[in-house]
Design a binder for this molecule. Structure first.
Ligand SMILES: CC(C)(COP(=O)(O)OP(=O)(O)OC[C@H]1O[C@@H](n2cnc3c(N)ncnc32)[C@H](O)[C@@H]1OP(=O)(O)O)[C@@H](O)C(=O)NCCC(=O)NCCS
Length: 227
């Protein structure tokens, strides 16, 4: 996607952790991600997502993965963006890590969401990929807060948040498969992030993207990371 960076600098944004690369997906990456979605994201007995896109056949899950990523990419606005990265482990796409914000320049708050193919879960990848976008948010973009949410019966997602320093931030009640379900909101502030043991993360290609995140050239948008 080298040529594309000229008009769409996000194409050149990349994060690395000891085991992972997170990048803005090419269409070939999205096909790989769609394959992972078709192979299975969770036990069909449960539904971890607020929007139940996985309650569908494998081909429909694959297609909705493509449609979601294309739609989010086309809807990007500096005051309302959703960055959806693919997560690459040992050369293969294994899942996706998203980070979104509205009025980031004013609120300095991001929300995150993610999934991994079922075959790749439970090996610390979810923690490492969330840590990567938290580094982008706090060290790269100068965020003050990061939020997440997970249904009460999703211990893996809640545990990832806990390990990274989030605290409970209230609940929401949602209809899930026709029944009431409790969504637990989680929140991490900048000071806690700075004092929580970190996964080492490198950011590449951020500077040309700052305007797309709503951060003008005239502001001190890139702040120092941890002390
Ligand atoms: C949520 C998700 C991204 C986490 O990724 P992951 O790679 O599985 O997470 P990690 O291995 O980094 O960490 C999971 C933690 O939860 C713990 N955990 C997992 N299942 C658990 C259970 N049933 N009870 C208690 N703890 C559990 C693990 O032990 C681990 O904690 P530890 O490191 O202290 O041992 C991944 O599981 C996933 O994609 N799930 C399906 C989709 C989903 O739920 N997305 C999030 C919607 S909010």
């Amino acid at each position: 996607m080298a040529g594309m960076s000229k008009w769409w600098p996000l194409a050149g944004l990349r994060l690395t952790t000891p085991r992972l690369e997170l990048r803005v997906p090419s269409d070939d990456d999205l096909v790989d991600l769609a394959d992972v979605a078709a192979a299975g994201v969770h036990d069909p007995q449960v539904q971890p997502f607020g929007f139940p896109w996985t309650d569908a056949s494998p081909p429909d899950r694959a297609r909705s993965t493509l449609f979601y990523h294309w739609a989010q990419r086309a809807a990007w606005q500096p005051a309302n963006w959703s960055l959806n990265l693919v997560v690459v482990h040992e050369g293969a796409v294994v899942g996706t890590q998203g980070m979104s914000a509205a009025d980031f320049a004013i609120l300095r708050e991001v929300g995150t969401g993610s999934w991994l193919g079922q075959a790749h879960q439970g090996r610390g990848i979810g923690t490492e990929m969330r840590a990567a976008v938290l580094h982008l948010a706090f060290a790269g973009l100068g965020a003050l807060y990061a939020t997440s949410s997970a249904f009460a019966d999703n211990p893996a997602s809640r545990r990832v948040s806990r390990k990274l320093g989030y605290i409970d931030d209230g609940i929401e009640r949602q209809v899930r498969r026709g029944q009431a379900a409790t969504l637990i909101r989680l929140r991490l502030d900048r000071e806690t992030w700075q004092s929580t043991p970190a996964v080492p993360v490198e950011i590449y290609g951020l500077e040309p993207c700052l305007g797309m995140f709503g951060l003008g050239d005239d502001q001190d948008s890139v702040e120092p990371g941890r002390p």
